[in-house]
Design a protein around this ligand. Structure first.
Ligand code: DON
Length: 350
C-alpha cells in the first residue's frame, strides 16, 4: 500500500495574522527567568520593533463604533513598565484612546478580588469560545453560559457582578479600580461613549439573551450601559504598560506602590488572558508570543511577563478577530528579544 504523506493535506486552521508568518524574527536565546534586562536593552528592543513594523500596512481600523473609524491608522506606540516601575517607550505612547476590551481584564480582576476564584469561574466560565468576541451563537451553544470574561457576553456578566446596588455605584467602583491599576484618575471619552451607546444594539441583545437564560441578575440595558462606559475609558499606551505591570507585580502598582488586587487574583486573570485574550486567535498568539495578552478594538494590546513587567502596544489597524496587526508583531519581537516568552527554556548544561 502506498504511504500517505501526512504533511501534504493539512487544512489551514491557523488563520490569525501571526499564523504562517514564519518563525519569530528576533533571537530565541533569552529565556523567561529572572528580571527584565537593563533599560538600554529594553529600549533597543522597542526601537527595533518600532522601526521593523511601523510601515506594515495590513489590517483594518474598527468602524462598527463610528467614532473609532476616524482614528489615524499610522499611530504606533510601544511601552514597557517593569515591576520596579521603570518605563521605556517609543512612538505615540502619550496619544490617548479608549481602552475597549482591555477593560474586561481589569474588571474581571476586581470582581475576582470581591467574589473569589470559584464564584467567577462558575458564573462566567474560563474557556475559549473559538468564536468572535460578540458572538451570539457561542452563548446558544453553551446553553446560556457566557464561557469567559473576555468575550462580550462574559464581560457583561462580569460587569453585572461588580459590587454596588445601582448602575452608578457599579460604574464608580470600576472607574476607581481601573484608575488604581493605571496609577492616575482615568476619565471617560464622552464622544466614544456616545457613539458606542448609540450603536450597541448587539450588546444589548447579548445581555437580554443572558437574562433569558437566567444568567444575569441585573437589568440588561443598564448593565450594558455600564459595560459601554468601562470600554470608553480614555488612556495612553504608557498607562496600559503600568496597568499590565501591576498584573505582573502580584497586584501592586509598581509606580504608586499601591496594592490593587491579591497575587492569586493576578494569577487567575493571567490564566484567563492566556486562554482567550486574543479571542479565536488566542492559540496563534500563545504559540508565537508565549505570554498572556489582551487586545481591544481601538488598537491596544497588553502583554504580561509575570514577575518581570508589562508591555503595551497601540496601533489601530486590526486583523479579522479585532486584534492590532502591528501590535501583535511588535509584541512577538519584543517578547523574544528580551526573554519574555514563558515557554522558552534551555537545557541546564547547554
Ligand atoms: O463591546 C464592544 O464591541 C467594544 N466595546 C469592545 C470590543 C473589543 O474591544 C473587542 N476587542 N478586540
Amino acid at each position: 500500500m502506498a504511504q500517505t504523506d501526512l504533511r501534504t493535506n493539512i487544512p489551514d486552521f491557523a488563520t490569525g495574522s501571526l499564523a504562517g508568518d514564519g518563525p519569530a524574527p528576533a533571537s530565541r536565546e533569552a529565556i523567561s527567568t529572572g528580571s527584565l534586562p537593563g533599560p538600554e536593552r529594553v529600549k533597543q528592543a522597542l526601537g527595533d520593533a518600532y522601526r521593523r513594523y511601523r510601515d506594515l500596512d495590513e489590517g483594518k481600523v474598527a468602524d462598527y463604533i463610528p467614532s473609532l473609524a476616524r482614528v489615524d491608522p499610522s499611530l504606533f506606540g510601544l511601552s514597557v513598565c517593569s515591576v520596579e516601575g521603570l518605563t521605556a517607550s517609543v512612538g505615540d505612547v502619550t496619544h490617548e484612546f479608549s481602552i475597549q476590551s482591555i477593560s474586561k481584564v481589569f474588571v474581571f480582576a476586581l470582581v475576582c478580588q470581591e467574589l473569589g476564584h470559584l464564584a467567577v469561574s462558575r458564573r462566567v466560565g474560563v474557556n475559549n469560545t473559538g468564536l468572535p468576541f460578540n458572538s451570539v451563537m457561542a452563548i446558544e451553544l453553551a446553553d446560556g453560559q457566557p464561557r469567559n470574561p473576555l468575550v462580550n457576553a462574559g464581560a457583561i456578566t462580569t460587569t453585572s457582578l461588580v459590587p454596588g446596588s445601582t448602575p452608578d455605584a457599579k460604574w464608580a467602583f470600576i472607574k476607581d479600580g481601573l484608575s488604581r491599576f493605571a496609577g492616575r484618575p482615568l476619565d471617560i471619552d464622552e464622544e466614544v461613549y456616545a457613539s458606542e451607546a448609540a450603536t450597541n444594539q448587539r450588546n444589548m441583545a447579548i445581555a437580554r439573551l443572558l437574562q433569558s437564560y437566567g444568567r444575569l441578575d441585573t437589568d440588561p440595558i443598564e448593565t450594558t450601559d455600564v459595560y459601554t462606559k468601562q470600554c470608553s475609558l480614555l488612556l495612553s499606551t504608557e498607562d496600559l504598560a503600568v496597568m499590565a505591570a501591576t498584573l505582573a507585580d502580584g497586584g501592586v502598582n509598581p509606580v504608586t506602590h499601591q496594592k490593587v488586587v491579591d497575587p492569586s487574583v493576578c494569577r487567575d486573570t493571567l490564566a484567563v488572558m492566556a486562554a482567550s485574550g486574543l479571542y479565536e486567535f488566542s492559540g496563534d498568539w500563545l504559540f508565537e508570543v508565549g505570554m498572556p495578552g489582551k487586545s481591544g478594538v481601538s488598537g491596544g494590546i497588553i502583554t504580561v511577563a509575570p514577575g518581570k513587567g508589562g508591555l503595551a502596544t497601540f496601533s489601530p489597524p486590526l486583523d479579522p478577530a479585532g486584534n492590532s496587526v502591528r501590535g501583535q508583531r511588535a509584541a512577538r519581537y519584543v517578547a523574544h528579544a528580551i526573554g519574555l516568552d514563558l515557554f522558552a527554556s534551555k537545557p541546564i548544561d547547554a
